[in-house]
Ligand binder design. Structure first.
Ligand SMILES: Nc1nc(=O)c2c([nH]1)NC[C@@H]1CN(c3ccc(C(=O)N[C@@H](CCC(=O)O)C(=O)O)cc3)C=[N+]21
Length: 297
């Protein structure tokens, strides 16, 4: 058997189209343009590429895009002052502070200083608590993108066994909450999990989010399972060039899985599309407008 490839790149394009048509409408009917501010501290080249493509896609869907690039030595006070300014700027509906931050900055403190209503990453403790209790919140972009693909492929997720490998605040934990919200039986596995292969073999849905290149082999996967690969790892090939691989060994896993997301072209593009969706959602909520359908959890 050969797995169906879930085309995240194509799916992300449909999400962006939905966002764009909704943005066009609220600009016309309500005279409001959603605005996203991205804050980047330091010069990490990979982050810069990522920030640039976010800015480009933000403009393509008709939203306002603002980038703040601060140097690596920026003080916590200066960063907090910028966030305060963005919190109070009515033309900005979403604020994203690119992580990781340089070590001298307290990440939790910085994230929790963002207005929760503008926290399009969904990392603020208020949003984490709202999601955990099933209340309306901003939902982290990567898990939201994974959920959209899973719902699209399965229809209902109710009663399915889901195993999330990885327990990060950014992906693993919120992913587990979303799957639970859709009535999956959820296991969160991690580096200390006993008999990880056995645990993963029970899964109808596997979400791999550990950040270790190709660590999940095909013989861990139950025949016909759906595999969502969140990993984006740049590795060196034999010829010295680099390539992107996921946390899943695509070659062996795609022989047994029922469906699988590729890397690149799977979860990554969905993450950015969901950032745009979250910015639109935040803008609608801030202005008492109807929220777009199918773009939230
Ligand atoms: N506050 C915060 N929020 C984030 O969401 C966040 C962050 N910080 N820090 C960095 C990571 C990384 N990230 C990616 C999103 C999409 C792709 C993506 O679209 N990747 C393409 C490949 C791009 C390539 O070729 O390099 C793909 O998977 O097809 C990659 C990386 C979001 N992050």
């Amino acid at each position: 058997m050969s797995a169906k490839i879930i085309d995240g790149k194509a799916f992300a394009a449909t999400v962006r189209e939905k966002v764009k048509s909704h943005v066009t409408r609220i600009k016309e009917e309500d005279g409001i343009t959603p605005g996203l501010a991205v804050v980047l501290v330091g010069e990490d080249p990979a982050s810069q590429v990522y920030v640039r493509s976010k800015g480009k896609q933000t403009v393509e869907v008709g939203m306002k895009s603002v980038e703040h690039k601060l140097d690596a030595e920026t003080s916590e006070a200066d960063l907090l002052a910028l966030i305060d300014q963005l919190n109070n700027d009515a033309s900005i509906h979403g604020i994203l502070v690119q992580l990781p931050l340089p070590k001298h900055l307290n990440e939790d403190l910085v994230i929790n200083s963002i207005d929760p209503a503008k926290d399009v990453d969904g990392f603020h403790i208020s949003n984490v608590g709202l999601l955990g209790t099933g209340q309306r919140s901003m939902v982290p972009c990567t898990p939201l993108g994974c959920l959209m693909m899973l719902r699209d492929y399965h229809g209902s997720l109710s009663g399915l066994n889901a195993v999330v490998i990885g327990r990060s605040n950014i992906v693993g934990k919120p992913m587990a909450q979303l799957l639970l919200g859709d009535s999956c039986t959820v296991t969160i596995a991690h580096s200390r999990t006993k008999d990880l292969p056995e645990v993963v073999r029970r899964a109808d849905i596997v979400v791999a989010a550990v950040g270790r290149p190709e660590m999940v082999p095909g013989d861990w996967i139950r025949e016909g399972a759906t595999v969502i690969d969140v990993g984006i790892n740049r590795i060196e090939k034999e010829d010295g060039k680099t390539k992107l691989v996921g946390d899943v060994d695509f070659e062996s896993v795609s022989k047994v899985a029922g469906a699988i997301t590729p890397v690149p072209g799977g979860v990554g593009p969905m993450t950015i599309a969901c950032l745009l969706a979250n910015t639109l959602t935040a803008c609608c909520r801030a202005n008492g407008l109807m929220e777009p359908e199918g773009l939230t959890a």
